[in-house]
Design a protein around this ligand. Structure first.
Ligand code: FAD
Ligand code: SF4
Length: 514
């Protein structure tokens, strides 16, 4: 065997650099399902099922090319359980001349694979991941050229370099960022008719995976009754077409809006397909730009959407790979609380959180504002250890892979990186959730978002004031936070005491659990 080409569970792309020069007569593909990937964090059933179903379908696509494939199934009798141990077993059995690998997304996996290759004395050839617009080297060069790292400037550079939404050397429409036109709430009448998202009934392969996950990981969080994610490239392309046609036009406008019982709204639901590499970001971005150029979608929506992919998605990858392994240890605010147990069950009496948890457990999905300004915000205000928050996000979402999840959680949501991902902590009181859900979440809640003390006080509102007080010194160094901190001065000693008592009750679990 000349080369054993390793394909990881989030590298399901036949155009991957790992296959460059692949010779079916001399080379073979290696894939392994491993229990460790589902247990190193308490991975949810939808997330495990998605990975396994997509891997098994990809294996079929490899076999359809008549390429030799060594595929380890989770339930194989001789499976040692971890990726590293399985690879070692295969190297010993197959004695490949070298291993070929497209750069992994995950630092832990990368370290483990390097160690196995070294221990076996087998050459490991690692190739750039062409899936991304920017290489890590390019991101590092960008970071070096600036005093302060900001997504917005990186994004502009990417637009220019890749000619995305440009008219000559100017941004289409004359401005780089049309956020001011986005971010409305739905208003009293609600979202009205929202086009149904693309959902794919499980075929025989996926059904087999669902049965396996329900048995082997029965005690893991989440449910599989309504599993319908795209697990093949044709399905992912269909989901992309459906989004561009039906939801992109209103994506920007309602990007931050929430509504109880409506998990999908106008979002793309494409992150899992992108992160598994079933979709190429260039085809997603090109389809969105074409919708603008043909007049099918407004610029504000298209620019807002493209910024998420060409900007944020590339930026977080750059942060992850230039800051790991230290990044995962960051805890700028010295947050030491435990994550409340109801994050894993949804058993809370806070309506907005319950809604986000229930749909997360059901589908492995919540949209960005729910992740940032509901589940993430509560953990931030409560002061939960960033690593515990990280473990939760990495477990529950179908699109969760560490390179994108970690900077979003630790950096953007928990401010644990001290401002690399965002220039200030994303904090708000319950009033923000009330506004962005047009009052609907709070109308169905036993708490009142306007109150910060007393039995009916909204825990978000109490903890928002408590957070300002606990971090007043740090926050007042940031000119954008100073006005919020100055509001503290208006509080009487009694009000401060009321907030402190209520915050302590929330932290003890006496308030908030169902
Ligand atoms: P849309 O809102 O429709 O956005 C379109 C696409 O843009 C997404 O599919 C995604 O590929 C990309 N995108 C949007 N926002 C971001 C972002 N902040 N960072 C990187 N890419 C982005 N995204 C993940 O892909 N995996 C994660 O594990 C993940 N964890 C997150 C954890 C927290 C605490 C937060 C605040 C955000 C997280 N995100 C993560 C980013 C974002 O919330 C999801 O990408 C998005 O909600 C996925 O749903 P969608 O496909 O409908 O996205
Ligand atoms: Fe959420 Fe507070 Fe509104 Fe209840 S009152 S739904 S806890 S923001």
């Amino acid at each position: 065997l000349r080369a054993l080409v390793i394909v990881l569970g989030d590298q399901l792309d036949l155009a991957s650099s790992a296959f460059d020069g692949f010779d079916p007569a001399q080379d073979a593909v290696w894939m392994a399902e491993v229990a460790e990937e589902s247990t190193h964090v308490w991975s949810s059933k939808p997330r495990i099922a998605l990975f396994l179903a997509a891997m098994r379908h990809f294996a079929q696509a490899v076999q359809a090319r008549h390429w030799r494939l060594h595929y380890a199934r989770l339930d194989d009798a001789d499976h040692p359980g971890s990726l590293a141990a399985k690879l070692r077993q295969s190297i010993e059995a197959l004695a490949p001349g070298r291993l070929v690998l497209c750069a992994p997304g995950d630092f832990r996996v990368w370290t483990a694979l390097k160690a196995v290759a070294a221990a076996c004395g087998t050459l490991l050839e690692v190739r750039d991941d062409r899936h991304f617009y920017a290489t890590v080297r390019e991101f590092r060069a960008h970071a070096k050229s600036r005093n302060a790292l900001r997504m917005e400037y990186f994004y502009r550079e990417m637009r220019v370099r890749h000619g995305v939404l440009m008219d000559g050397d100017q941004p289409v429409g004359g401005t780089w960022n049309l956020d001011a036109e986005n971010r409305e709430a739905f208003g009293r009448d609600g979202p009205g008719f929202v086009p149904a998202p693309s959902r794919f009934a499980p075929d025989a392969i996926t059904q087999e995976v669902i049965a396996l996950v329900n048995t082997r990981f029965h005690d893991h969080p989440g449910r599989l009754d309504s599993f319908a994610w795209p697990v093949t490239r044709p399905q992912a392309l269909e989901a992309l077409r459906g989004f561009i046609r039906e939801r992109l036009p209103l994506f920007g406008r309602y990007q931050d809006a929430m509504w109880p019982g409506e998990p999908w709204l106008y979002h793309a639901h494409l992150a899992a397909a992108l992160n598994l590499k079933l979709l190429d970001p260039r085809e997603v971005v090109a389809a969105a730009e074409a919708a603008y150029r043909s007049g099918a979608a407004p610029l504000a929506s298209v620019e807002g959407f493209i910024r998420q992919i060409l900007g944020w998605r590339e930026y977080v990858r750059g942060i992850y790979w230039t800051r790991m392994p230290d990044y995962i240890e960051r805890n700028q605010l010295d947050a030491q609380e435990d994550l409340p147990a109801w994050y894993w069950s949804g058993d809370t009496d806070m309506a907005c959180l319950r809604d986000a948890m229930v749909q997360t457990l059901e589908h492995g999905y919540a949209h960005h504002i729910q992740r940032l300004m509901v589940t993430g915000l509560f953990a931030l205000l409560l002061g939960v250890q960033p690593k515990q928050v990280h473990a939760w996000y990495l477990s529950v979402y179908v699109d969760a892979v560490e390179w994108v999840e970690l900077p979003n959680t630790l950096g953007m949501s928990q401010y644990a990186d001290g401002g690399l991902m965002g220039s200030k902590p994303y904090i708000a009181s319950g009033k923000y959730i009330e506004r962005m859900s047009s009052g609907q979440h709070c109308a169905g809640c036993r708490y009142d978002p306007a109150l910060r003390e007393g039995d009916s006080a909204c825990p978000f509102t109490t903890l928002y004031w408590d957070f300002l007080g606990r971090h007043a010194v740090l926050l007042s160094q940031n000119p954008r936070m100073r006005p919020q901190v100055q509001n503290l001065e208006r509080l009487t000693p009694d009000q401060r005491l009321g907030i402190a008592e209520r915050a302590a009750a929330i932290r003890s679990g006496a308030v908030g659990s169902a």
